[in-house]
Design a binder for this molecule. Structure first.
Ligand SMILES: [Zn+2]
Length: 149
């Protein structure tokens, strides 16, 4: 820490001296050159740290956007069809073709998404109490409803 500080101070002094000598060479004030050199270095440092800050902010924003994009994907646990049967968790999109690269065999594997449909059934109540008569009445009620419609 202290070594770094000393080396930075040395650099500032050397560069300032160079500016002083340069100013002296073109018949200007030596001390004015040193002051100018120090000011220039601070200005450059400020500009550099500001640029770094802006870069970090932009990078963070970009990473956040990528993360949000990842969240819009659905993940799926898949198995590579190669002999090693490597399992992986990959993001899938429902509105486009999905591919991923196997970690082991490094082959590109396509993912086939198949949709199935099923009717939603209404559960019969009172089954927990084992009330057979209630179940029978419910079934009769449903049949009557079906015949009526
Ligand atoms: Zn594989």
């Amino acid at each position: 820490m202290l070594r770094r500080l000393i080396s930075q101070l040395c650099i500032i002094i050397v560069v300032a001296l160079c500016f002083g000598l340069l100013f002296n060479a073109v018949s200007l004030n030596f001390y004015l050159g040193i002051a100018f050199g120090i000011l220039i270095q601070f200005a450059v440092f400020r500009a550099f740290s500001y640029g770094l800050e802006v870069y970090a902010t932009l990078k963070n924003k970009q990473l956040e956007n990528e993360r949000i994009k990842e969240f819009s994907y659905q993940g799926l646990a898949v198995e590579c069809p190669c002999s090693k049967k490597i399992k992986d968790f990959v993001p899938v999109k429902l509105n486009s073709s999905n591919y991923y690269k196997c970690k082991e065999c490094s082959k590109t594997v396509g993912i086939v998404l198949a949709a199935e449909t099923a009717l939603v059934t209404e559960p019969i109540t009172n089954t927990a109490t084992g009330d057979v008569e209630a179940i029978f009445n419910k079934l009769v009620e449903q049949q009557v409803k079906q015949k009526a419609s």
